[in-house]
Ligand binder design. Sequence first.
Ligand SMILES: CC(=O)N[C@H]1[C@@H](OP(=O)(O)OP(=O)(O)OC[C@H]2O[C@@H](n3ccc(=O)[nH]c3=O)[C@H](O)[C@@H]2O)O[C@H](CO)[C@@H](O)[C@@H]1O
Ligand SMILES: C=C(OP(=O)(O)O)C(=O)O
Length: 429
Amino acid sequence: MDRIRIVGGNKLAGTIPISGAKNAALPLMIASLLTDDTLTLENVPHLADVEQLIRILGNHGVDYSVNGRRENQREGYSRTINFSARNIVDTTAPYELVSKMRASFWVVGPLLARMGEAKVSLPGGCAIGTRPVDLFIEGLQALGAEIDVENGYVITRAKNRLKGNRYVFPKVSVGATHVLMMAASLARGETVLENAAREPEIVNLAECLNAMGAKISGAGTSTITIDGVDGLSGARVRVIPDRIETGTYAMAVAMTGGDVMLEGAEPDLLQSALDVIGQTGAEITPTNEGVRVRRNGAGISPVDITTEPFPGFPTDLQAQFMGLMTMAKGKSRITETIFENRFMHVQELARLGARITLSGQTAVVEGVAALKGAPVMATDLRASVSLVIAGLAAEGETTVNRVYHLDRGFERLEEKLSGCGATIERISG
Ligand SMILES: CC(=O)N[C@H]1[C@@H](OP(=O)(O)OP(=O)(O)OC[C@H]2O[C@@H](n3ccc(=O)[nH]c3=O)[C@H](O)[C@@H]2O)O[C@H](CO)[C@@H](O)[C@@H]1O
Ligand SMILES: C=C(OP(=O)(O)O)C(=O)O
């Protein structure tokens, strides 16, 4: 199994290109199921999750080509991919495929809306919480779907076309908002979603659906209105830059010191996180090229954060921020409100010498003067990258095991960091 080896202590300096966002690319790819025309997506990142979703969509009959040709190489930067769901050959998404990635469950919305049925395995066990699907079920039922959960599958049927309705989310859910927006696009009449997620990825999906002929307004606010249409067509849409990748590298620079241009980053997509990083002592400068991050001289100031739905501080940056706080000059409190089990990085950061105590959903981090390299491993994507950040700042050698987590969400991580002066390499086998 591959590992990442890091020798810490170097400041980062140079340019890091920001890739297309994993969490935007996935729902956009799934939207291709809604039409028999070709959906062309630009800036799709080359990630394990994208490859896995290509396999899942292929099982339903979706054909794809990369820049006009099929491509199997594992490495490469963000690409343009054409998706064509001319014929849906199967409305079942089996356990073997869905269990590997949460977002694959989202095919339930377009399959049900276009084909009148979908049988989708419950998503697999995940390291950050229980992650139920009750809101998806309740929301699709509000649109007229009949739903049974049997033998680990969610079985959905719509005898007639789905029918628009008002649905108030009892809790903000990114995935359920994506799915209901897609399903309601092909429903009869108007759907109003209240307490909807406001994440930039929701806006990107709404833009995509509208380019395909949907009539959606209000995406990016908590009330989204969808006027159902009879059919959707193809379109060409660009995946937004990855705000989590942007925040991750910004925190890496805040921790090691240095001066890095995050090329192509859009500050509006992560303003709350950039504000917090600024409060730790790093200088954040939006430019025409992207976002410049600098930290020289003075140390890292402690800052308290609480994760929240957008526009609050994102849960997907919580682990990385904890990494940064391990070397702050004082005590910080980090409260996780989105997922009940997203502190799996705490015990691994402790191997590097971090001092963290947990009390319910809050971690209290007592900054230390130096971390010392060690072998570590993490159980999820963002936890893994928090260990990479900490390793970059630690004295000596750190090896991060279970690299497949990183490959889910970070395109060419080692190359981007070593290009800025980090000593980091992948060790195969
Ligand atoms: C592929 C993708 O885009 N993943 C992101 C998406 O995940 P995902 O869409 O799975 O996250 P949600 O926004 O749905 O989850 C938010 C909270 O709602 C709960 N919930 C959700 C659905 C449901 O039916 N019932 C329920 O109780 C979840 O357990 C969680 O506690 O948003 C999360 C929150 O920003 C991010 O951390 C993930 O990176
Ligand atoms: C939690 C994440 O992804 P997923 O929802 O696919 O598990 C993530 O991107 O941090």
